[in-house]
Design a protein around this ligand. Structure first.
Ligand SMILES: [Zn+2]
Length: 149
């Protein structure tokens, strides 16, 4: 399982599975990487601010160039995204970037679930109303509540 600290998943990364198939058949000595990510992420609905689960299915292809020069030579290939990598290439970071790019900027439920923040607050008894009633009662017992103003 992949750990994506910037992506909220149902099970801290366990909601996503991924596979990366690499080969060295790319041009200019680049490593070719076929990336597949499947699973679901948890987003915040921008309408009701409730959690929403979004299934995710990504297919990305990369050419990992060994340096900037190699990357420039490779950049004409439209089928692949060219990234400059090294032996310490961070697959997790690459996956996370792809996932973040695939996520909607303003996610919304197709239909917001009932009671997920869209319910008018006036339908619920306010704790402050109860508190106000308590203060009034206390003032009556003191008999001098008005003098404090
Ligand atoms: Zn919603």
């Amino acid at each position: 399982m992949v750990d994506l600290p910037r992506v909220d998943t149902p099970d801290r990364g366990g909601g996503l599975s991924w596979s990366a198939t690499g080969s060295t058949k790319g041009r200019h000595g680049a490593l070719r990487l076929d990336l597949a990510v499947d699973g679901e992420v948890v987003l915040t609905c921008q309408r009701c601010l409730g959690p929403m689960t979004k299934p995710l299915q990504l297919r990305s292809r990369f050419l990992i160039a060994k340096d900037e020069d190699a990357a420039e030579a490779l950049d004409q290939d439209d089928d692949y995204d060219v990234v400059v990598g090294s032996e310490a290439f961070e697959t997790d970071t690459l996956i996370e970037d792809e996932v973040l790019l695939a996520l909607p900027i303003a996610p919304r439920h197709a239909v917001c679930p009932a009671g997920a923040g869209s319910v008018a607050p006036s339908t619920k008894p306010s704790p402050f109303a109860a508190l106000a009633g308590w203060k009034t009662t206390a003032g009556n017992h003191d008999g001098g509540g008005d003098g404090e103003r």
